[in-house]
Write a protein that binds this ligand. Sequence first.
Ligand SMILES: [Zn+2]
Length: 437
Amino acid sequence: MKISLLTLLAPLLTAACLLPEERAGLPRKVHRRQTSNGLAVGTGDRFSGGTIAPRGLGTQSTTLTSILNVAEVSSGLKALAAVYNITIFNTPYTTFNGRTIQGGKVGGVGTCNNAYRVYLNGGIHARERGSHDGLLFFIGDLLYANANDVGLTYGSKSYTAAQVKTALTAGIVFVPLSNPDGVAYDQSSNSCWRKNRNTASGSSGSSVGIDLNRNFDFVWELSKWASSVRSDVASSSPSSEIYHGTAPFSEPETKSIKWVLDTYAKVRWFIDLHSYTGDVLYSWGSDTNQQTTPTMNFLNSAYNSVRGIVSDRPGSNGGYGEYVSSAESTANIAAAKRIGSAMSTAAGRTYSVIPAADLYATSGASDDYSFSRHYADTTKNLVHGYTVEFGFGNSGASCPFYPTSAQHQNNIKEIGAGFMETLLAAVDLGLGDALVC
Ligand SMILES: [Zn+2]
């Protein structure tokens, strides 16, 4: 298999959750003259105690003047329930700092748990500002458009009122802010904080917290990776930005995401929303995809010494590749291309659509975990899992994950278009079993 130019350049060109120096295990560069923290975090409650429903940039022409604070996400959810009569819920797990993790569900044909076939997740990496905003505002737009029989317009990407109705038939379960402790800390400190705030493994500075997107049960054990990549795919050092915790699903935040997938057991499509660098990443993230050797897979310990070396292509030269069936691969890529195209159209910035491992190999990430569930346990539903990295970074800020106001407007439009396209692609490509409620 040919190695694409993009594959070779990706580690140099892209940040996507981890900055180049963080990938190398070095301290984050401090730009002394860059004191801006980008668009400010809101200080009030624009949803007025859960009475004014969130409305994004798909149903109105306006400028979002600040980032949503943590309390506003809760207020916004409450308002969606009050205005549109949707159901909101708390997951059963309380965070280290005592917060609940909230979600909601909308649309679907029927109201039993099996009616929800798309799961949208935001805010897992604390510093990636705009993630919880983009998800909450998209749901607000979708419900507003449905109630008022209008379409959605995200920049140059438009959808009709009929497409809004179609999208809602997919049934959506959503969690806008899956790392509330981390976000609350990041917003109050402007410290470019990525992890959660659990102090079980370290109580000061960078040793606090677990990288939630290395804590899922997907080849979590570093011994299952080639020795040359073990320090890249995750870390067992608490001070690392990619510290994976003490065990898979050791954290209430990742437990919560697993709980959503277990509870809404017919979810067929999953998106975890991150920033930045304009990528739609489809599985696998463990190594190069291959469709020829089913036994060459993440469950097979015979490959522990070679797993994760992305540069050794599977096949002719004996390298490892992660198995994906041809039909699933086709669907994974088809939806990813549609999402990337919609996001690119919205604000005229080009999104790349690539396998996650082309960015960098990862252990314990949510996209691979969701997609791996039916391989690890054939009684589980197939879930097409994705990581979407919105935005393109703010080189003028103290933390490049903090967007300028202009960047934030574009980000929110791109996220809206990407989620809307996800729902339509899901309906077109398949939602799974006929509903039995
Ligand atoms: Zn991220």
